[in-house]
Design a protein around this ligand. Sequence first.
Ligand SMILES: [Ca+2]
Length: 272
Amino acid sequence: MRSMVCWRISHSALSAAVRILPFLCLLLGVSFSACLAAEPVYRAEVVQRYPHDPAAFTQGLFFLNGLLYEGTGLYGESSLRQVRLEDGEVLKMVNLEPEFFGEGLAVLDDRIYQLTWREGVGFIYDLESLEKVGEFAYEGQGWGLTTDGIYLIMSDGSSVLRYLDPDSLEPVRWLPVRGEGGEVQLLNELEYVDGEIWANIWLSSVICRLDPATGRVLGWIDLRDLAALELQENPGADVLNGIAFHGETGRIFVTGKLWSSIYQIRLLSSSE
Ligand SMILES: [Ca+2]
């Protein structure tokens, strides 16, 4: 298993193409001999599946009080949605202005925060009404967003996560993410799971588990089989993107851009 997973990411001198080569290897299921994942690799089994709007270009996902909250992207199609898990019904929806490409979202103190990709603007909504109550600015791109209950934690496509103070919305900490194979680039949709940060790796069907205290990689979740299953049934499916964790029940949900299902998964140990 580990020999098929390649994570060695060289330093910034390498071109972007070279940087994503390991992930392309992973996508193709080919061994990349120059790099081996030293960290544990977990597979997952599907516990339950739920319908998901196959037109939703999922960029952010979290679960709260029995409901899913989803942020979608694309210019002219971006939205914030409150979704009933069981049947996929969109209960409330806010459309972004067409010049904004919606990205990750997180909830903190009854406020939902949503990033945009290249617009440098984040939106703040009231959790109950989804009414927009504010905006904030940040440097660089916005990709994924989550929270540890104190700070907002965002990704921007690089190997570094940014902690934002929720009051000032200014960065207060930068967390480089590294594994045995080096920097982990293309960190995308995020979720805080039992004291860890989980991050979708863009363009792959893999989730990185990392330690928020140190930025060290703790392991990898290989969801290539799940992505293949989705693609088999839904040829229009794009990449895996979207992790939601329900702390009270320990349920983990994943989906992807334009996927027709949301999957509740259970991680398997390497011996299962
Ligand atoms: Ca999430």
